[in-house]
Design a binder for this molecule. Structure first.
Ligand code: PCA
Length: 320
């Protein structure tokens, strides 16, 4: 029996020209298992596992590496594969912040257009950083959560604001709030203890973290649609045979398509859940809309300056 399987393995080796050894990859995810990003990553992992000799096992909720560690872990090969919020990587390169430039792309259709326009640059920038890009999926449009009714700048002045990237921190500062960076996995705790009293995020994250237990107001601002991306360590990627790489690329394309559709499908459903759980859901009044837009415009200009010619080229491609 053992001899037989050895012979079969030997034959497989001879046919493929590469050792047919089963391999396992641990995939680092920052968000909860029941979030659609994680569910689709799990479907992606299952498809690769079923169709190749590579087993991919997902680890949601930052259980393998915390959200802020995942990019570095994949780049250094501590995790072969992982998912990260792209716009949190602004310190590496301003181009990573493109999807969170305020009020640039505020619908799913425009976010997709912006993604398509920027994808070649994103892929090559990541390549230079030592990671292979697989797919990218948006969060629903970003709204504003607040423990106080946000009727005026005075009303939100001094609120402790939970930030997830540099843009959210700067929006908060511009609006007179006090930002602190907190990963989604620690959100419930932060709001429960008063470390956070406001944030800009999607209905998706507010729903996952049952924000209605701590926050009474949600404003549907549609500030931007930030995206996650799934990336692979470059060495791990080049260590795979062509057939496995093809299976992964195909599974990634399916995951990306399903994930965009899921995000759009769930968008208004999340907000319905807020209403059912007693939150006040609405839009900002005219003064507050103008205040958000003024700060947003400053951040757009600042981003363009930092992103230079490469940023300008991407915006031109988006405008076509
Ligand atoms: N949820 C993530 C990023 C953007 C979003 O909608 C978060 O709040 O961490």
């Amino acid at each position: 029996m053992r001899l037989k399987s050895l012979l079969i393995a030997g034959a497989a080796f001879a046919l493929s020209g590469a050792p047919a050894l089963a391999q396992k990859w641990d995939m680092a995810l920052a968000y909860s298992a029941t979030n659609y990003h994680s569910e689709i990553a799990a479907e992606f992992a299952a498809e690769v596992t079923a169709k190749s000799d590579l087993e991919i096992v997902t680890h949601p909720s930052g259980s393998l590496f915390g959200g802020s560690e995942i990019f570095g872990a994949v780049r250094r090969g501590l995790a072969p594969i992982g998912e990260r919020l792209i716009s949190a990587l602004g310190n590496e390169n301003a181009l990573y912040e493109l999807d969170s430039v305020p009020f640039l792309a505020t619908s799913f259709a425009d976010a997709k257009k912006l993604y398509d326009a920027s994808k070649p640059t994103l892929v090559s920038t990541l390549d230079e950083a030592g990671v292979h890009f697989l797919y990218s999926c948006p969060w629903p449009p970003q709204g504003f959560y607040s423990v106080r009714a946000a009727d005026s700048l005075e009303a939100i002045e001094g609120l402790k604001f939970r930030a997830y990237n540099a843009t959210t921190s700067k929006m908060a500062e511009g609006l007179g709030m006090l930002p602190t960076k907190i990963e989604a996995a620690e959100l419930s705790q932060a709001f429960a203890t008063g470390v956070a009293q406001s944030m800009i995020s999607s209905g998706s994250t507010g729903f996952d973290r049952k924000l209605w237990e701590h926050v009474d107001y949600y404003y549907d601002v549609k500030a931007w649609l930030p995206r996650n991306m799934v990336i692979v360590n470059q060495g791990a990627w080049s260590g795979l045979d062509d057939a496995t790489r093809a299976v992964i690329t195909e599974a990634a394309a399916t995951a990306e398509q399903n994930c965009w559709a899921k995000a759009e499908e769930l968008d208004s459903w999340y907000v319905e859940q807020f209403k059912e759980n007693g939150m006040n859901v609405g839009t900002l009044n005219a003064d507050m809309t103008a205040a958000f837009e003024t700060v947003g415009a400053e951040l757009r200009d600042a981003w363009l300056e930092r992103a230079g010619d490469a940023g300008k080229a991407v915006l031109e491609a988006y405008a076509q």
